[in-house]
Design a protein around this ligand. Structure first.
Ligand code: FEO
Ligand code: CA
Ligand code: CA
Ligand code: CA
Length: 607
């Protein structure tokens, strides 16, 4: 009801058609520049991008697989600021010169004859993960450039990090590296992000489980419930680095020492968190905030902070049949003193969506919702390390892969993308996850009762994504040709309330079968009042579009292009047929990069 009183945003651009071209296409009257491709030097001796760059070079270069990002203006500028972005993962064959000529598929990695891995390749892979903080500035021609600056920094899979909140210092995170359980090394698979009300950046740890191996006979739920497997099936195999260095061997979480402080059996328990980074302080140690829960964190979105009220943050667990969570701080927000310690005390809730359009938040707190020692939950730290198991026990609603969230700045409605879930069976559908074999995904939204800190809400489906035969917009009509899309993932609501939707159709099915009609992954804009949706951007071959933010004046938009060319088959790769050469063109290896989008008339993006 509150929503209908709010002004609707304009969508004044001409929608563009779908595209299967190896190019970025934007509407008439818009311009696009690609910058910060993987390997761009930002710090140290500014090592130039090269296929033979070393692992150490990579620690001074932009990482790979650009994802969530934010623009932190310097002195409020819309032409000069710190771009902070996540690097979700890597493709070894595009990272290593040695991989050229080998018939590797997209998950393949080079290895030595004895099955070990080259140390410098492992170092380069760890350093291509994490987060980039880089100062960027528009020149007189409006072209954005890297500025060498003391803020520029790479945070990687090796950066020392502090643990904070209820799990810090507990037996769950005791390792040889940190016998008191206060520290860990690195962050991995940083998908989306969040920006706190005190202007720091949170990087999510999503599919971290895939980096670990464990050959113990049996795994407990702290690892098994998150998909760590007992066999050496992982893609990266960092623990097999030839030199046997401790920082690589730790990815084998098998129990080998006499106790947890002599090995890395607990190493995976230091992953699956949200990591706070202060981009304004280049000497700061990143902090894993454990009260926000441990799962495959897609990202986090904060409700607008209100003086004297709790801080509230929403986060999705992107896996089939997982959940949507929210954290409510114990202490109130006070702008003058607010900092990350607000995230260390509070209540983590998980969502239940009822079929009648109501919903409730179930507290994951000792003694509530059956979370007792008798039921296997010893204390708050045990609940948080085992967030998924606690949510199972509380009876939350199993969702179709929750990805990004966004909060309408005027109405306070919370939106979440549910990207797809092809494993949902007919007898598992419900009102919020209404389709069996859900190949196209949907976007849910809700309004909290009272305030964001409340425990009840009312929800509806904003859109059922899909083709013209299997989709439904807010008015109940199928999506038209300018609006069809599948697998919504990235989501952002700009200050004028435009709902920006980014798609991630898996590269394994993109442009084929039922997905052919959608073309390459893309970005659309929606009107939250009318439900109108218009296609704004299409990306090159084999990529996903993810990450979006504008400058404060909304006249420059940054968008990330992740994993162009990922559809290249192993034989084609060996033969040098890479399918995509974006953004460099010619015969170049494709690289993730950041788009800078402006209007020829200098206007607001999307208006
Ligand atoms: Fe990293 Fe769920 O996308
Ligand atoms: Ca994503
Ligand atoms: Ca993806
Ligand atoms: Ca995705």
């Amino acid at each position: 009801a509150e929503g209908s009183a709010a002004a609707a945003p304009s969508l004044g651009f001409s929608a563009i058609p779908t595209s299967a071209a190896d190019a970025v296409i934007v509407p008439d009257g818009y311009r696009v520049q690609a910058m910060l491709p993987m390997g761009t030097p930002i710090s140290g001796a500014m090592p130039a991008y090269s296929l033979s760059a070393s692992g150490e070079d990579q620690a001074h270069q932009v990482g790979s697989h650009h994802d969530g990002m934010h623009f932190f203006p310097l002195q409020g500028s819309s032409r000069d600021g710190l771009l902070v972005m996540n690097h979700e993962y890597i493709e070894p064959r595009f990272l290593h010169a040695a991989a050229a000529g080998l018939a590797l598929d997209r998950s393949g990695f080079p290895q030595n004859e004895d099955g070990s891995r080259d140390d410098d390749q492992v170092l380069k892979e760890l350093n291509a993960h994490g987060v980039t903080v880089v100062r960027v500035r528009a020149d007189d021609q409006g072209q954005w450039q890297v500025v060498e600056d003391a803020h520029n920094r790479r945070i990687t899979g090796l950066t020392p990090m502090r643990l904070a909140g209820p799990v810090a210092g507990t037996e769950h995170v005791v390792t040889k590296y940190s016998p008191d359980g206060s520290m860990t090394r690195g962050t991995l698979n940083n998908c989306a992000h969040g920006v706190t009300p005190w202007n720091t950046y949170l990087a999510a740890e999503e599919n971290w489980a895939g980096y670990f191996a464990n050959s113990d006979a049996e795994l407990d739920r702290r690892q098994a419930r998150y998909g760590i497997e007992t066999r050496d099936s992982g893609r990266y195999q960092w623990h097999r680095a030839a030199g046997g260095a401790d920082e690589y061997v730790r990815f084998d979480a098998s129990a080998r020492g006499a106790s947890a402080s002599e090995d890395y059996r607990n190493e995976p328990h230091a992953f699956g968190w949200m990591v706070e980074i202060d981009p304004m302080d280049p000497a700061s140690t990143p902090i894993k905030r454990t009260h926000l829960g441990r799962f495959a964190h897609e990202g986090v979105i904060f409700a607008p902070a209100v003086e004297g009220q709790p801080v509230v943050a929403y986060s999705g667990d992107d896996a089939r049949f997982e959940y949507i969570y929210k954290f409510v701080s114990a202490r109130p927000f006070e702008a003058a003193t607010a900092d990350g310690s607000l995230l260390d005390e509070g209540t983590l809730y998980v969502a239940r969506f009822n079929d009648d359009g109501s919903g409730e938040w179930l507290a994951l707190v000792p003694g509530e919702n059956g979370l007792t020692p008798e039921n296997g939950f010893a204390d708050l730290a045990d609940i948080l390390v085992n967030t998924r198991s606690a949510a199972d026990h509380a009876g939350a609603t199993k969702m179709d892969r929750p990805e990004w969230g966004a909060v309408d700045p005027i109405t306070g409605q919370v939106y979440f993308t549910l990207t797809n879930n092809t494993q949902r069976e007919e007898n598992q559908t419900d009102a919020v996850n209404p389709r069996a074999d859900n190949t196209f995904g949907q976007i849910v939204r809700w309004q909290e009762e009272g305030s964001h800190a409340g425990t009840r809400f009312a929800w509806d489906l904003f859109v059922l994504a899909g083709d013209q035969d299997d989709s439904r917009d807010l008015t109940g009509e199928p999506l038209d040709q300018d609006a069809i899309f599948a697998s919504p993932d990235g989501l952002w609501i700009d200050p004028d309330r435009r709902v920006w939707i980014q798609t991630d159709i898996s590269e394994s099915v993109m442009n084929s079968g039922i997905y052919e009609v959608f073309g390459n992954n893309q970005m659309l804009a929606a009107n939250p009042e009318t439900g109108e949706i218009k296609r704004f951007l299409t990306g090159p071959v084999g990529q996903e579009i993810t990450g979006v933010i504008t400058t404060p004046d909304q006249r420059t938009m940054f968008v990330n292009v992740q994993h162009p060319g990922a559809t290249t088959e192993a034989e084609a790769f060996a033969a040098g047929n890479l399918i995509s050469h974006w953004p460099d063109g010619g015969s170049a290896i494709p690289r993730s990069a950041t788009l800078v989008i402006t209007r020829e008339d200098g206007g607001i993006i999307g208006a």
